[in-house]
Design a protein around this ligand. Structure first.
Ligand code: SF4
Ligand code: SF4
Length: 208
């Protein structure tokens, strides 16, 4: 557990809902949930998750901090917005789910091997490096995301497809090293660093 997590767990002891309201994007909406279950029934993938949005909101109100923040459910949301358009209380469910995932990451409690979390981190790293996604290097990274041996096996299985793409000029291996990215990528890095500093300062002042 990170120190930040320990301090916040102590600060909001017995009131996880208040912690969510203070720190999670759109978290104040959780108290408006009337547990009707429409979001759970509308989520196309909800059956495959440990907890539907309805359950997550109930668990927040029941103070189940550890169970919520270590859950992989928030990481499974595909942002299809089915739940938002159907919620009778108009909760911004999608944003809350992503906000919870972000907060879990900040607290160091997000499940480390959850595949969409790993993809999100790789995608962000790839994008922010040059300001433009390098699809070739991102694709290769994803092949090796579960380790070297698994990456080699997946790469060999995909070799015929890769060769066909290469022959039809849909795949340029040189793009791995020669991608130039956006102009002024130094400025992009400065903007992102500034945005992070502002967000961290806001977070710290709220939780001082
Ligand atoms: S649809 Fe809205 S009110 Fe109903 S359980 Fe889901 S979040 Fe709560
Ligand atoms: S936006 Fe996310 S939580 Fe809502 S229905 Fe779609 S996948 Fe489910």
């Amino acid at each position: 557990m990170s120190n930040g997590n320990t301090a916040l767990a102590e600060k909001y002891r017995n009131n996880f809902l208040q912690e969510v309201i203070a720190n999670v994007e759109e978290g104040e909406w959780v108290r408006m949930c009337m547990q009707c279950g429409v979001c759970a029934g509308s989520c196309p993938l909800g059956n495959a998750w440990a907890h539907t949005p309805q359950e997550i909101f109930m668990m927040i109100r029941a103070g189940k901090r550890e169970e919520v923040l270590t859950s992989d459910s928030m990481w499974m949301c595909t942002s299809c917005y089915n739940c938002i358009v159907r919620c009778p209380r108009k909760l911004p469910i999608t944003h809350i789910m992503h906000g919870l995932a972000h907060y879990a990451e900040r607290m160091g409690l997000a499940p480390k091997n959850q595949p969409t979390r790993k993809f999100a981190l790789e995608f962000w790293k790839n994008l922010t490096k040059t300001g433009r996604v390098n699809e070739t290097s991102l694709g290769v990274k994803l092949y090796f995301i579960d380790g070297f041996v698994s990456g080699i096996k997946k790469g060999l299985a995909a070799l015929p497809l890769g060769l066909r793409m290469f022959k039809t000029k849909r795949l340029d291996p040189m793009a791995m090293i020669s991608s130039s990215g956006c102009k002024g990528k130094g400025d992009i890095h400065k903007i992102l660093a500034k945005a992070k500093a502002i967000e961290d300062a806001k977070f710290q002042s709220k939780n001082a």
